[in-house]
Design a binder for this molecule. Structure first.
Ligand SMILES: [Zn+2]
Length: 326
């Protein structure tokens, strides 16, 4: 079974030289291969319907068109009542994310999975109105992807940033030119813009001890938290707790917090942690996209804001051999 199938065959053969072929006039960096007249007629079919993905779902691997995959992904990843330009931006980000993920061959026997934490969410259930709005956004952006220097970007996205996105370097340790910290105003309406978690001193000490038994958490909690250094995106880079330095990302994971953008309020018996934003905060902010769309920005303005230095291009085809066959 082929994991990613592009039809017709003429297109597959056409794709054997460069990895990506973009539509003419859509690029000033990538020089597309000449497209024969016969192939030009073939590529008039929507890219998303002639591209097939093998998707690892809870019920096993399912083969589906990229269009069907993206409709299910948007149903799972963004509220369908978001403005049309935000939905289009999400469709382009999700298309880019999926095609790049398929290229990496992370999954055996599938191009992508439906786990939010690994690839992207996906679901089939939705109202007719939701499906119609999302399908429109997918179709309106058929074949469009986000590129940096001619390659698909790692189109990471998240719910809301708390006002400023985070750089990839601060979260994953890799400095990626298009994943830098940018302002993300207007997210205050997001249901998870801020969150407060109260830990008893014992609960907090237990969680910290699990990841570092060497932390000295004796005495009053007011003395436990020491020097804090911040990332450019407003998150905690490192924080000293009980004399031990913890990365903000480690602390977020250990305490089950929504974000590394956090403040502490400590008493003799409790540690209250207030977070801003939800998710890793790297890349495309969904509620930031909503705010930009509400202010009149289109999908291209939204995407190039959150992925600075990138370009939006229309894919004609992808080299089939870039995707592992099983
Ligand atoms: Zn996955």
């Amino acid at each position: 079974m082929k994991r990613l199938i592009l039809i017709p065959l003429a297109l597959i053969l056409l794709c054997c030289a460069p990895f990506l072929i973009f539509a003419e006039g859509e690029t000033d960096r990538v020089q597309p291969a000449p497209v024969p007249e016969q192939a030009k007629q073939s590529v008039s079919a929507p890219f998303d319907t002639r591209t097939t993905l093998c998707v690892l779902t809870d019920g096993g691997v399912r083969k589906m068109s990229l269009e069907d995959y993206l409709v299910g992904t948007l149903l799972a990843e963004m509220p369908a009542d978001f403005p049309a330009e935000a939905l289009k931006a999400q469709a382009i980000a999700s298309r880019t994310f999926a095609l790049r993920k398929a290229e990496t061959g992370k999954h055996i026997g599938a191009d992508v999975c439906t786990d939010f934490a690994c690839c992207q969410g996906w679901r089939e259930d939705g109202t007719a109105e939701e499906i119609a709005r999302i399908t429109q956004a997918v179709c309106d952006t058929d074949g469009l992807v986000v590129t940096y220097e001619g390659a698909l970007i790692d189109a990471t996205f998240f719910s809301c940033s708390g006002g400023k996105t985070e750089a990839a370097l601060a979260v994953w340790g890799s400095d990626i030119p298009y994943l830098q910290s940018v302002d993300s105003p207007g997210e205050e309406d997001a249901p998870r813009f801020t969150d407060t978690v109260i830990f008893s001193a014992e609960e907090f000490a237990d969680q910290i001890s699990k990841i570092c038994p060497d932390a000295n958490l004796s005495g009053s909690p007011v003395n436990w938290i020491g020097e804090i250094s911040m990332t450019v995106g407003g998150g905690i880079d490192t924080v000293f707790i009980g004399g031990v330095a913890f990365k903000g990302t480690t602390l977020r994971s250990a305490l089950g917090l929504r974000s590394t953008d956090m403040d502490f309020a400590v008493t003799d018996s409790e540690i209250t942690v207030t977070t801003r934003g939800f998710g890793h905060r790297v890349g495309f902010s969904q509620y930031g996209a909503k705010a930009m769309a509400d202010s009149g920005s289109d999908f291209a303005e939204i995407l190039t804001h959150y992925y600075p230095g990138t370009e939006i291009k229309k894919l004609l085809c992808i080299k089939q051999s870039s995707f592992t066959s099983v």
